[in-house]
Design a protein around this ligand. Structure first.
Ligand code: IPD
Ligand code: CA
Ligand code: CA
Length: 264
């Protein structure tokens, strides 16, 4: 596949930041045993990766706005374009030495996501998508799984934790879903959960309480892989709503049916 100039800009920025993240991930293991733990070190790694991404993207596309997890929103002079950047998605995994984390960058143009890159440095897996041009994993075209029986489906989800999310609703939703599916997973990096649906590893996935930087790239990845995605209540703007439900057409519909039942 030939990469467009835009995709080259995005992948170059992401690969540059990933080198820094990967080096720091190597250090985290040593810090696990220290009394202070790796907390401060990981926040520094996160900010460092974001700085690399910001500098590279601003250099290549001056004037674009930025929505960043760490540094917040920067309005651009070009009001049509905004990057949504998560320099380290899966911080808890990273902090614990679990190799399931990613960098996620999505580009919004006039309210629509037009390009997305999700990179998993630990597995060297690069997921890319451009609007109208399909989705790819390490240069191979990807598609959502064709399975359409819930009983065989592996369904990813997010999990609320201390101080985060509606625990009661999640328990009702999980009860509704787990009784009908082949298996459930909580891997801990929303961008990769979306990428896994896009490449058919997960049949479906839902999560609430997310931000635009977690899901911008992944939303496009799902659509370009032939999948369906909405917010967790079936609404058409998951990016703004900060929740997702996705899968192939049938899995998406079935998942929404179960989630609706759980909400009552
Ligand atoms: C988190 C991860 C996680 C999801 C959380 C997100 P972070 O992002 O994507 O899977 O369950 O809601 O906040 O904080 O590691 O960038
Ligand atoms: Ca993050
Ligand atoms: Ca995140």
């Amino acid at each position: 596949m030939i990469r467009s100039p835009l995709m080259t800009v995005m992948t170059d920025a992401v690969m540059k930041a990933s080198r820094s993240l990967k080096r720091d991930f190597g250090e985290v293991e040593n810090l696990q045993v220290s009394r202070k733990g790796p907390g401060d070190f990981v926040s520094a790694a996160d900010r460092k990766a974001e700085k690399i991404l910001r500098e590279a993207l601003e250099k290549a596309r001056p004037g674009y706005g930025l929505v960043m997890e760490e540094e917040g929103v920067v309005e651009g002079t070009d009001t049509s374009h905004r990057w949504h950047i998560d320099p380290l998605d899966g911080t808890t995994n990273f902090l614990h030495g679990l190799p399931q984390f990613a960098i996620s960058v999505g580009l919004e143009r006039d309210g629509q996501i037009v390009a997305g890159v999700i990179y998993d440095p630990a597995k060297d897996e690069l997921f890319i998508a451009e609007r109208g041009k399909g989705a790819y994993l390490n240069n191979r075209r990807i598609r959502v799984a064709a399975r359409n029986d819930l009983a065989d489906a592996v369904v990813g989800c997010g999990l609320p934790h201390i101080g985060r999310g509606d625990h009661g609703l999640f328990l009702r939703e999980t009860a509704a879903v787990m009784g009908n599916v082949g298996g459930m997973r909580r891997f801990g990096a929303a961008s990769l959960d979306l990428a896994y649906v896009a490449c058919g590893r997960f049949d479906a996935y839902w999560e609430r309480g997310l931000n635009s930087w977690d899901i911008a790239a992944g939303i496009l990845m799902i659509r370009e892989a032939g999948g369906f995605i909405s917010d967790a209540d079936g609404g058409s703007d998951p990016l703004t709503k900060g929740s997702v439900a996705c899968g192939n057409e049938i899995m998406h519909r079935e998942l929404l049916r179960l989630l609706k039942k759980a909400k009552g």
